[in-house]
Design a protein around this ligand. Sequence first.
Ligand SMILES: Nc1ncnc2c1ncn2[C@@H]1O[C@H](COP(=O)(O)OP(=O)(O)OP(=O)(O)O)[C@@H](O)[C@H]1O
Ligand SMILES: [Mg+2]
Length: 238
Amino acid sequence: MSEKIYMGIDLGTSRSALVSNNGVEKVTLSVVGWPKDLIARQMLKQNLLFGRDALKHRLSLNVVYPLEKGVIKENEQEKTMAQELIKHLISAVEPPSGAKVYGIIGVPAKASVLNKQVVADIAKTVMDYAAVISEPFAVAYYAGRLDNAMIIDVGAGTVDICRMHGTVPEEEDQITLYKGGDYIDKVFYDTLKSTYSTANFTLNMVREIKERHSFVHNVTRSVSQPSSRLTASRECLT
Ligand SMILES: Nc1ncnc2c1ncn2[C@@H]1O[C@H](COP(=O)(O)OP(=O)(O)OP(=O)(O)O)[C@@H](O)[C@H]1O
Ligand SMILES: [Mg+2]
C-alpha cells in the first residue's frame, strides 16, 4: 500500500505555514517573485523565489503577495502564485515517490464560498486529497475548546473574532476587523515618513523593526538600547 503523508497548511497574508505528519514544519513569508527579464533569470538561476529570498532580490523580480485580508486575491496571476506558494511549502515535506498527499488548508470562517472554492481548486492540483476548513475551528479543535469559547486571531490582514458553540462556526459566528498588522505597519511607516521626510526606509524595514521590538508592556527604554528581551526574533523564518 502506498505511504500517506498528512499535512496542514495555514495560508496567511503575511506568513504561511505547513506542518506534516513526518515531522516537517515550515514557515515562509507569503511573497513570491519571478525574474523581470532574461538577465535577472541568468543571474538568479531560478524561475521563482519565495519569502525572504524574494524580498532580498526584489529589484530583479516581479514580486507579488498572493493573499490580501486573509484570502487569495481574485485574479489569475495571484491565484497562480498562491498555487506556487503551496507547492513550495509542500516541497519541504519531500513526499516519497508514490506517496498519497492528504492536506488540510485553513481559511477564515468568513471566507466566501467562492474563495473556499478557489483554495480547494488550487489545493487539488498539488495534493491527492484536500479539505478546506475554518481556521478558528482548527484552533478550537486543537485546544479542545469547541464550546463556550472565543477564538481571536490577530493576523496581518485581519483580526478575526469567532465564537465557538459546539459546532463548526459559520459566517455569522465570526466578526472580522480589516485592520491587522499591515495597517499598523502603514501607520508606523507614514508617521516615520512625516517626521523624517529625508530618511530612506521601506515598509518591510518598518515591519521588521516592529516585529523585533514591539510588545504590550509599560517601558520607557528606547529600542536602540539592546536587550535580549527586546530582540526576540523569528530566526527560523525563510
Ligand atoms: N513581535 C511582534 N509585535 C507586533 N506584531 C508582530 C510581532 N510579530 C509579528 N507581528 C505581526 O503580527 C501580524 C500577524 O502575523 P501572522 O503571521 O499571524 O499573519 P497572517 O496569518 O499572515 O495574516 P492573516 O491571518 O491576516 O492572513 C503581522 O502583521 C506581523 O507583522
Ligand atoms: Mg493568519
